[in-house]
Design a protein around this ligand. Structure first.
Ligand code: SF4
Length: 249
């Protein structure tokens, strides 16, 4: 386990649970809005895993859960064993993942009590957001796996209007509805931690109420939409050529 950081107490990383969050290093995708850009590089962890376990021992009875986040936790060879250890200490286990490696996800799903699964875009636009051809297929295969597993899950999408047009977001809503996901959280882009100069400088994005209503309409009764806007100072931006060289699926 290459651990790049640790949040000792979070009430939001697994909504409804008091959790510690373990941030794993490394990611093979390159979403422009990534707010953990410093964790994307592969490399040695700043905190040895035994040290994290020793700290977690001091939190037994105080915290309910441990969430593995990143970066992309599925790329850690020791993830399943780390989850087993954490569960053995009496914690519930949560996972934040993009679902980029469905086989790795299948290996750890039995250890998970909750999964926050990213959905970046409708299938046709996936590679444009991640910079990687075939990423959409992996993500949607992972969604199928998680649904079939019976593990509680939530779909999560980060949205910036300069990266994904409103009609594409509506298309994604149709795909979410078809997948019968119980909960879809739409998070407006936040600049904190984002390494992309133009996005970072542009400030917070905001999901307009009329768009939220249209998305809920597309979902119908087939899922609940939660919209998270963090700021009221949203502004329109155009990102000149930001995606020009990205791989299209
Ligand atoms: S998949 Fe997640 S960690 Fe990787 S670049 Fe995208 S947002 Fe960042």
């Amino acid at each position: 386990m290459a651990v790049g950081g640790l949040t000792p107490l979070s009430t939001t990383d697994w909504p409804g649970k008091l959790a510690a969050t373990v941030f794993c290093r490394g990611c093979a995708w390159a979403c422009p809005y990534c707010h953990n850009a410093s964790l994307r590089e592969f490399g040695a962890g700043e905190r040895p895993w035994p040290e994290v376990l020793a700290w977690l021992e001091t939190r037994q009875g105080l915290l309910e859960a441990v969430v593995f986040s990143g970066g992309e936790p599925l790329l850690q060879p020791g993830l399943a064993e780390a989850m087993r250890q954490v569960r053995g200490m009496g914690f519930h286990v949560g996972l934040h993942t993009s679902g980029m490696d469905t086989e790795a996800l299948a290996r750890v799903v039995p250890q998970c009590d909750w999964i926050g699964l990213d959905l970046k875009a409708p299938r046709a636009a996936y590679g444009r957001i991640t910079g990687v051809a075939g990423s959409g297929q992996a993500a949607w295969e992972s969604l199928k796996l998680v649904r079939a597993s019976g593990v509680e899950f939530e779909l999560r999408t980060t949205w910036h209007p300069a990266l994904l047009a409103e009609d594409e977001l509506l298309e994604l809503a149709g795909e979410v509805a078809a997948a019968c996901a119980p909960l879809w959280t739409l998070q407006a882009f936040q600049p904190e931690g984002c390494a992309h100069a133009e996005l970072g400088a542009a400030g917070h994005a905001q999901v307009p109420e009329r768009l939220s209503a249209s998305l809920q309409e597309v979902l119908g009764g087939r899922g609940k939409l939660v919209v998270r806007n963090e700021a009221d100072n949203a502004q329109d931006v155009t990102l000149g050529g930001i995606l020009r060289n990205r791989t299209q699926e």
